[in-house]
Ligand binder design. Structure first.
Ligand code: HEC
Ligand code: HEC
Length: 381
């Protein structure tokens, strides 16, 4: 019985992923405004794998994040001097980098020859955060807590309410469709605490303008030398500015850009239904001590948004977005808590952001709605 269920879920995921893959291929062949954009093979000096060389540079860096996390490394395990001024991204001196290149090819071949090109095997499938994958069952795990890892693509559960109903209940809980239609902008201000090496408390602000513009800004008032981090999307283009990051500031391209657009859209609950053409509802789940509905949207490019709504309050507790990459999907998670009423609309006053490269939590102390948002806060930092 158990086997049967797993088999079915795998098959469903395979079909969905296969469709997603074809659509990505189709999208890439379509002439678009980005057609003349440089590929990673052109942009970087020493990018040669057929799986990675056609990615946009920003999607390539996302793939680096996936590889790094999958094997439990940081960039310097493959790139000499990464994280210092002496970094050398081009060099093939470190054997692990050369191994990783072979692994990228291997993963592409496994998927092509065994799964019709659908991305069923990724770096994570084998590595699970270890550079040397384990090969045997650990008996304490076998008799310990059951493995609760989840498939990326939720299996539709017909016994759950339809997606439209759950999304409507959310809209109602936040303030109702009419009230939300009048929400044109907001500015949320607070403090954030990072978990990366430096830590310290930072000033945190979200600027959002309906329907799809958004900027998140973080800086350290007491340590200006730490620079300003910003993630912005102006309704067409997006940027990341990370003072300690690899490229400093760069324009988002490819799937990365689609992800930033999605984040901007879903920051306005009234527009959430427009975020995806397709929705499905998976089996109910539990987040901490809350029972949740799991609602997932997807589109033809392979973008996935998974939303966890509190069964009791109907509020959004978690939003996970996944964008495709040849080595495994790139995941960003946002958690929301401490919803408070602001002029009849409920806003989360606690945010957590988790991505492959770090995480932080933010405590909001002020939300202003329908105030003018400076263009500079939602465009190129
Ligand atoms: C497990 C090894 C591994 C880790 C960890 C890793 N990389 Fe890479 N990196 C590679 C490989 C392999 C290539 C070449 C890919 C190819 O040829 O298609 C590469 C290429 C690059 C390049 C292109 C350099 C050039 O001009 O040719 C950049 C930039 C880069 N990586 C950045 C990063 C960053 C940033 C991180 C940390 C987030 C990182 N890498 C972590 C293996 C790794
Ligand atoms: C089918 C399983 C499998 C997949 C998928 C896989 N690997 Fe591996 N990988 C291995 C095994 C097994 C080893 C150990 C080989 C050895 O020790 O000789 C290894 C070794 C490595 C090493 C060298 C570790 C060391 O200590 O020298 C790196 C780096 C690595 N893999 C990166 C990757 C990356 C990046 C991906 C995804 C693009 C990936 N692997 C996908 C099975 C896999």
């Amino acid at each position: 019985m158990q086997k049967h269920i797993i088999g079915f879920r795998l098959a469903t995921a395979a079909v969905l992923s296969a469709a997603v893959m074809t659509n990505v291929a189709r999208a890439q062949n379509q002439p678009s405004s980005q057609a003349k954009q440089q590929t990673s093979g052109e942009f970087f000096k020493n990018v040669t794998t057929s799986a990675l060389k056609d990615l946009t540079p920003s999607d390539f860096l996302g793939a680096m994040g996936v590889m790094t996390a999958a094997v439990g490394y940081d960039c310097s395990n493959c790139h000499p001097g990464a994280g210092t001024d002496q970094m050398d991204w081009v060099s093939d001196k470190i054997p692990e980098k050369r191994t990783a290149r072979k692994m990228v090819d291997m993963v592409a071949t496994i998927n092509k020859e065994n799964f019709g090109g659908a991305q069923m095997v990724t770096c994570w499938t084998c590595h699970h955060g270890l550079d040397q994958p384990t090969t045997s069952i650990a008996l304490d795990k076998l008799y310990g807590a059951p493995n609760d890892e989840k498939l990326d693509i939720v299996t539709p559960d017909k016994s759950e309410p339809p997606a439209t109903q759950i999304l409507d209940e959310y809209i109602q809980a936040v303030g109702g469709a009419q009230k939300l239609a009048g929400l044109k902008s907001f500015i949320a201000t607070g403090k954030s605490i990072g978990f990366s090496g430096l830590g310290g408390t930072a000033a945190f602000q979200i600027f959002a303008q309906a329907p799809d513009r958004r900027g998140v800004w973080i800086h350290f008032p007491e340590h200006p030398d730490r620079g300003i981090s910003a993630w912005t999307y102006d309704g067409g283009k997006g940027w990341i500015s990370a003072p300690r990051g690899f490229l400093g500031e760069y324009e988002l391209t490819g799937n990365d850009l689609a992800g930033a657009r999605l984040d901007a859209i879903v920051s306005f609950p009234g527009g959430i239904k427009n975020a995806f053409p397709n929705w499905r509802v998976g089996a109910e789940d539990v987040l901490g001590d809350r029972e949740v509905y799991v609602v997932q949207g997807s589109d033809r490019t392979g973008l996935l948004g998974t939303f966890y709504f509190d069964k009791q309050t109907h509020l959004l507790l978690r939003y996970v977005r996944r964008t495709p990459s040849p080595v495994g999907r790139i995941t960003i998670q946002q958690d929301f808590d401490d919803y408070r009423d602001v002029d009849g609309i409920k806003f989360p006053f606690k945010y957590s952001f988790l991505w492959l490269d770090g995480r932080f939590t933010a405590d909001i102390n002020d939300v202003k709605i329908n105030v003018p948002v400076e263009l500079a806060k939602i465009s190129k930092p």
